[in-house]
Design a protein around this ligand. Structure first.
Ligand code: GLU
Length: 420
């Protein structure tokens, strides 16, 4: 990564800036502002793990519960070496605004274990996952706080979390979402964030007069979100010209061989050997000649030092907090439309909501039903946000935060505010 790759704001500063601007714009009362500016509860627990070598390692697990004004706390648990308290705080707050904007009856939370899963055996990973559940168990529950996958975690970890919870509480599938389908997970959850992103991108493209048919797309990050977004965007007629993973990026201006890249991503690194591509860096990918840019990796990648170089007309945020406030200002100035994370990547938590409903009711939905409901909710969330942006003369991010904060504040007031 080049020197300019250093973000000029942390993820917490990025979310706080969006919240403060939103609170200011809607004239949020000071007492509500104070409560919503910080999380309701934070937990850090030790996760002692007996390693295969018999030595003991102690990992840290975090759970930050930001707000339960609109429903139980909800949000993923991240498995990544960079996990630390402020990052989890930022992500928890973003979940509150995301669930409110998507209008699902949840609050916001986020968790994380500071570990590098590449360094752990499957047995060690399972023991760490179960230890994390035990460390957090007292604050979780199907009507209290429901975890889900996030960066570095997926259905396998959700299965272990659910199983560990069952050991004490008995069968409770609604304790986590994003489970394998065999264990009560919903169909469509794995693809949901990427497919929701494509729906939001289609709606936004329609509004700015961009034809997705033939539009060139660059995607940073080819994990669960980026890879499913690529497939969904391609089904809408877009041409994927660049994708990257942590090791680097590949580019072909006339379109990449997506099935081959998906096959490679499943087995490890995407690489460039044996493919008709040009190898580029992650930083170069952000400035590629394209119509649509999808940052779907980590936070802070678009900042004051590189935003001017972006050539896309539309940025669709698959990752959480990929754009710092300085970059946002440059995009507004340059006429680049940014579809904010709390809208663009809400498909995951929306389908988590469908999974939770199915678990509580002991029913199972068809894929068609999941797809229809996801489509309807993404279209509605985009519609209200776009409408508000036009009405207020605001960016989509500003509008999204204003709507979300108003909804959470209304719930707090109706509950009598001192609701805990
Ligand atoms: N981790 C995902 C997110 O950031 C999904 C959360 C969920 O499904 O609860 O939105």
């Amino acid at each position: 990564m080049s020197r300019t790759a250093r973000p000029d704001a942390t993820e917490l500063e990025t979310v706080d800036a969006a919240f403060r601007a939103g609170a200011e714009a809607i004239g949020l009362a000071d007492d509500l502002r104070t409560v919503l500016a910080t999380p309701h509860r934070e937990i850090v627990a030790q996760v002692p793990v007996r390693m295969d070598s018999e030595s003991l390692r102690v990992f840290a697990v975090y759970r930050v519960q930001h707000s339960s004004a609109r429903g139980p706390y909800k949000g993923g648990i991240r498995f990544h070496p960079s996990v630390e308290r402020d990052e989890v705080r930022a992500l928890a707050s973003a979940m509150t605004w995301k669930t409110a904007l998507a209008d699902v009856p949840f609050g916001g939370a986020k968790g994380g274990i500071t570990l590098d899963r590449k360094e752990l055996s499957q047995g060690e990973l399972q023991r760490a996952t179960r230890g994390a559940l035990r460390g957090l168990q007292k604050v979780l529950g199907p009507h209290r706080d429901i975890m889900a996958p996030d960066m570095g975690s997926g259905p396998a970890e959700m299965a272990w979390l659910m199983d560990e919870y069952h050991r004490v509480e008995g069968y409770t599938p609604a304790i986590v979402t994003g489970k394998p389908e065999e264990l009560g997970g919903t169909c469509g959850r794995l693809e949901a964030t990427g497919e929701g992103l494509a729906i939001a991108a289609r709606e936004a493209a329609g509004e700015i007069g961009l034809d997705l048919g033939g539009a060139r797309v660059a995607i940073q990050g080819f994990g669960n979100v980026g890879s499913h977004a690529a497939e969904a965007l391609r089904r809408l007629g877009a041409v994927i010209v660049a994708v990257s993973d942590v090791e680097g990026a590949v580019h072909n201006p006339s379109g990449l061989d997506l099935p081959e890249l998906l096959r490679r991503a499943r087995t490890g690194i995407i690489g460039h050997d044996g493919m008709d591509v040009e190898a580029i860096t992650n930083e170069e990918l952000l400035a590629i000649d394209c119509e649509l840019l999808v940052p779907a990796a980590v936070g802070g990648v678009l900042h004051g030092g590189n935003a001017d170089a972006v050539r896309a007309e539309l940025i669709v945020e698959g990752a959480n907090n990929p754009t710092t406030p300085a970059a946002d200002a440059i995009f507004a100035e340059n006429g680049v439309t940014v579809l904010p994370d709390i809208l663009a990547n809400a498909g995951g938590v929306i389908v988590s909501y469908f999974e939770w409903i199915q678990n509580l009711q002991n029913v199972s939905w068809t894929r068609e039903h999941v797809d229809q409901e996801l489509e309807a909710r993404m279209v509605r969330a985009f519609g209200v946000t776009h409408h508000r942006a036009l009405h207020d003369g605001a960016t989509l991010r500003e509008a999204a935060y204003r709507i979300a904060i108003e909804r959470v504040a209304a719930a707090l007031r109706l509950r009598g505010f001192e609701y805990t």
